[in-house]
Design a protein around this ligand. Sequence first.
Ligand code: BDR
Ligand code: CA
Length: 345
Amino acid sequence: MAAPRIPLIVDVDTGIDDSLALLYLLASPEAELIGITCTAGNVNARQVAINNLAWLELCNAPEVEVALGAEVPIITALMTTEETHGPQGIGYAELPAPTRRLSARHAIEVWIDNARRRPSEITGLITGPLTNLALAVKLEPELPRLLKRIVVMGGAFNHPGNTTPTTEWNIAVDPDAAKIVFDAFSELPDDRRPVICALDVTERIELHPHHVAELARVAGSTPDEVLHPDDEPGTRSTASNRVIRHLSDAVRFYMEFHRRYDQGYLAHLHDPFAAAVALDPGLATLRPATVDVELAGTLTRGQTVADWRGMWGRRPNADIVVDTDPDEFFRRTIERVGALARSLN
Ligand code: BDR
Ligand code: CA
């Protein structure tokens, strides 16, 4: 008998690493992708939607509802980061324009309607700012109890931020939304607490050129896929396999970005890691804490603060990922995404 599938709603700001998270899910037979909701973040929300539709089409994915969500944060003015993810959010990749259409529904409706129809079944994975989920919770306060669990890529605890000295990007874009979500998802049973994949661990998920080469080999792509630090910036892939070609073009941009900020010729796969954890929390070591978001700090707005020791006297409202095995994550990614790409050769 086939293993039960995991129904998922995925909220994204696609994004290079969001792209790879989508591919990971499409490549995972246990994932039942029931909705992709788009939020503004890395790039504007309409571009996010186009990117999602384009990846789905490129991968011949089964039909899945893709819905546009919030185009701006709840209070803060929108910031986007084309510097990190490229002019369209997918690095140097130029995906064919999708023929698939956006849903007529708003992202908030997709969250609420699915959660009501399948109470306690759906896992929510959020790899962008938490704007859509915060708005959905305002409309349907039962949402935290209607969902099985959420997995969030966001925050930085005992670790510097990547947007300000204290603050991680997804929370920095919409700190008010993050606060609404962490508050609303308090008081849940222990096994339903949100799982938080913060920079403390996601910056250990380093994609190196040899990983891309292995992925291409598993996909049966030719010639060898070589991303070399000495390559002219913007060198384009000639891979025979179309998924590998576009992925490599996307990832090269991300590696060049990381190198510009002295992190080496590599890329942090924040969002794909969160996707892997959403399918298998066993990949992560979790530690409960009470999490809150600084909204008033003049230097620290958007900082995520974890009370590990119960000093606030409030029950833990999150399970923070404190450790993982990055090699195991890459083994799964290469095997799965490689097989998906090979099937599309
Ligand atoms: C997060 O910020 C975005 O740029 C990435 O897609 C990821 O979700 C990492 O801080
Ligand atoms: Ca993201």
